[in-house]
Design a protein around this ligand. Structure first.
Ligand code: GAL
Length: 374
């Protein structure tokens, strides 16, 4: 190779590196009450799709995707300033853990020892307790990957935190792929047997956050069965067929079509707030659910290796939180597809296990894929 060719190659390499680098930027977003610096990472893919993620709670604060005419809107609920996230009781955009969803009475037994967790949802434990993974500062660094811009976040949850055994290390990588996917890769390890169930808690509104309710979104869920609960949203232990119930989303159906039916499970959940048992083999990446908004043409597909997906229709939103565009988020202004293991698994030996053994590495991936249709 002559000198000219080598320098051309170098320029080319440099240009690519600069272009790729430009896809992730970092800016200060605020400070926690104890003075820790919070940064916001902006990921932008080759099509201009943009996600903003912060190192507090590993929270996705914004996700801008095009509609069928190429107009970008932010399709996740959230706040415009950091301080509002300190009172983020709906868990907007967060990674929840150590155990996403509920553990009955905050108790479970592992290796013959009973562990008592913080109870923060009536008598039950919810989303990791009083200070779950959504309320802690993660260590973050930006990555440039072949698939697209990414941010890697790590949190070490100490032995005894919120009552859980073991030092647990959670690593979450968000990649905004050039296929317009928000891909979440989880890697979890522990130095002592424990239980875990991390999930992602974005509230979506494909018509744009702040644009009203999601009842006209048309949803499909790839599940023949769901996990019925008692009045406190704790599983009864049964995996029930969706056939003939308002929980049958095997064929596309508007969220609002049956949500007010006289159905005990809908009453217990105040709407949909249940885990569906995704068809196919847990551990294998497969189609979980899709949502379509006819006004914008936006489609979101959810793919996962997890056994279940909690479909929650924002039933507890009540107008007391003001969102990014200055509008109050009312009941059912967003919905979540939280891919996860079933609630209260540590107390249901028949459910897929949420036990992580000392020295084991747990890996899991979920993809939210965006597109449009006419
Ligand atoms: C969901 C859960 C709901 C509610 C919500 C937060 O994941 O299923 O019952 O707790 O989080 O408001």
């Amino acid at each position: 190779m002559n000198l000219r060719r080598i320098s051309l190659l170098l320029i080319l390499l440099l240009a690519t590196a600069v272009a790729v680098d430009a896809q992730v930027t970092k800016q200060p977003f605020g400070k926690t009450p104890d003075g820790q610096q919070i940064d916001l990472y902006t990921l932008r893919n080759a099509h201009g799709v943009e996600a903003k993620i912060m190192n507090y709670g590993a929270i996705v604060t914004s996700l801008k995707v095009p509609d069928r005419n190429g107009k970008f809107d932010d399709v996740v609920l959230g706040f415009s300033d950091f301080d509002s996230y300190l009172k983020n009781d709906p868990y907007f955009g967060a990674i929840v853990g150590r155990y996403g969803n509920r553990i009955a009475k905050g108790r479970f037994t592992l290796n013959g020892v009973e562990y008592k967790l913080a109870t923060n949802n009536g008598e039950n434990h919810l989303h990791g307790g009083i200070k779950g993974f959504d309320k802690v500062v993660w260590t973050a660094h930006q990555l440039t990957t072949k698939a697209g811009p990414a941010v890697a976040l790590t949190y070490l949850s100490k032995d005894g935190e919120e009552g859980y055994p073991g030092n647990l290390t959670a690593n979450v990588v968000y990649t905004l792929t050039n296929n317009d996917e928000l891909k979440i890769d989880y890697t979890v390890t522990t130095d002592k047997d424990t239980v875990h169930n991390l999930t992602h808690h974005s509230y979506f509104n494909l018509a744009g956050e702040g644009s009203g309710d999601i009842l006209n979104h048309v949803v499909t869920i790839n599940a023949n069965r769901f996990v019925p609960t008692d009045a406190g949203s704790i599983p009864t232990g049964e995996l029930k067929s969706v056939a003939g119930t308002p929980f049958d989303f095997l064929k596309p159906m508007a969220i609002g079509a049956r949500i007010n039916q006289d159905d005990e499970q809908l009453k217990f959940g105040n709407g949909y707030d249940h885990t569906w048992v995704i068809n196919g083999r847990p551990g294998v990446m497969r189609f979980a659910a899709t949502a379509y908004d006819a006004t914008s043409g936006r489609v979101m597909q959810v793919w996962t290796t997890e056994p279940g997906v909690q479909f929650y229709t924002g039933n507890f939103l009540n107008g007391t939180k003001t969102g990014k565009s200055g509008k109050a988020y009312e009941r059912r202004n967003g919905f979540c597809f939280e891919t996860q293991h079933y609630p209260d698994s540590p107390n249901h030996p028949s459910f897929p296990t949420t036990t992580l053994k000392k020295g084991q590495t747990y890996k899991s991936t979920t993809i939210y894929r965006f597109s449009t249709k006419r």
